[in-house]
Design a protein around this ligand. Sequence first.
Ligand code: TTP
Length: 638
Amino acid sequence: MPVARPEPQEPRVIAHVDMDCFYVQVEQRKNPELRGLPTAVVQYNNWKGGGLIAVSYEARKFGVKRSMRGDEAKKVCPDIQLVQVPVARGKADLNSYRSAGSEVVAILSTKGRCERASIDEVYLDLTDAAKSMLSETPPEVLESIPEEALKSKVLGLNSEDDDREKNVREWLFRRHADYQDKLLACGAIIVARLRVKVLEETKFTCSAGIAHNKMLAKLASAMHKPAQQTVVPSSSVMDLLSSLPVKKMIIRKQLGGKLGCSLQIDLGVNTIGDLLNFSEAKLQECYGINTGTWLWKIARGTSGEEVEDRLLPKSHGCGKTFPGPKALKTTASVRSWLNQLCEELSERIQFDLDQNKRVAHTLTLHTNAYKENGVDSQRKFPSKSCPLRYGTAKIQDDAMKLFDSALHDFLSSQNIRWGITSLSISASKISEIPSGTCSILKFFRGENSSSMSSDNSDVLIPESISKSPKNENEGCMAATQSDNVDQPACQEKENENHSNQTVQDKANPAQGIGASQKKLKEKEPYSILKFFPGSESSSTRKRAFGDLNQDHLERNQTEQQEGPSEGCDDATARSNQTAQQHEIWNFNVEDVDPSVIDELPLEIQREVRGWLHSATKRTNMTKRGSSIAHYFSPVKKT
Ligand code: TTP
């Protein structure tokens, strides 16, 4: 949730780089015959031709939209090429897209601090690079300016003019511009070079926004797509924001949906400019101190949010939806799907461990469900977490226990039929293993380091093992749940089913950034005690994860203490016993990586966002040839 951070005194140069119709480009690279053709990538499910998740700019000209099904797209664009997302284990396999994203990140991260924000977008802090350029080779002394820089859209410059490129050149060369604008001009040149390099090396085009902060850079990158860049000089910030619909901030995920709705409904704020009518105190009164101040600053185009130094994801997640008649109605079918999801998760965390020496500590299960006959329809299926133990079988086992426990809470002793409409499992609280740790590990269990990479084995992982309870059953603990989430049934909006994972493709490790670019930093040293089971008390664990949703927790505790009731099915009774043995476990909202949520199925995304939102409130935390243009004829997107 929004937190107002102080704007740095020194001007910054921040870029937001967003790939154009990314999955389509990846598929077009795999099959170059598709280049230039109206193309869309569809989810593997065959109902009405599958759901479109990425649409090429050629197809968009015909009116094809992401919200359409394949059959509908064919009606508006009969020549459209529909490419199926690769499938593995009965669900979409995004590895090739993740891997392609990593290729791009490896190039972009060479010029400054780089934060991989999703599968296809990146923030760059180019302040230092721009400063060096300005002091050593300012634009006016450069022998040649990249064509892409001259094609920049500079907000505030007349773009309809025939002399547009000439105007941009003059803007880039202005000797008497203020220091901030001079830095931005250097940033525009650096970004143009990077974009050309990305195109040359990966064959992908991207768009970019260059501004003084992340918020403005992200808004700008979407303004002129595909394959273009937009610069936001300070003098044009207020113009940009004054008429910017709140809705656009929501679409760009810069404003939470609920907050955006409340602004519109409760305060009558339809544009960011409308926010200027409210004092900081008033906004704080309505939305709390942090969010109030954040909104007040956003209205003025200021945001101190830093570009994080992060090329790898904060967590990993995978999920699957079971809409309508596909809902899972037996524990056996849930187990079967959970096993597949856990297998994928296990492979990915294992890969992360092998490649990046990072360990995930928390396993979380998110589920959407209903009770037959609409009984107690407001009650949401609780999300549950437990310490993560490495090894596919253990993960599968723990995930099933989480499910049983959550089902028990969900049913609250009612003996009724249920249906599961989505399942997702994630691994979070990822930390780096200090260098040297792996080699020490073998002395504790007599395992050699090669066993660290074996699949399905009882791999020895520092915290997971040490945190694993002596009794396996103790590994499953109740966590959080949502009670106030809207769950629209189908994919409707362009922005709401983003797939945002950032782990290298196992099949293509060479393409990943892991080995070559990972930035392993020594954090606080691990205590050797952590390698012994039971060395960390549960109270420490609880403290470490903080309190998210106390009232639900209290209810869970009460229910667990009451024990199983009559009329439960086997699973319910089992989960009840399990739940009784488990301690309540919580986690920080801040620990949840938004990019991972983006990868989850739409329904789950909505639920998770919903409970994150409410949890945040409770804890008071108050996107040919040497020129890119040859690949696409520019299409304006405003
Ligand atoms: P986006 O960056 O939102 O869109 P895009 O790259 O397809 O197109 P644009 O040029 O407008 O940025 O999403 C990146 C990829 O994420 C997209 O190619 C496919 C995937 N995705 C989904 O799977 N489902 C979704 O609902 C969205 C929005 C994206």
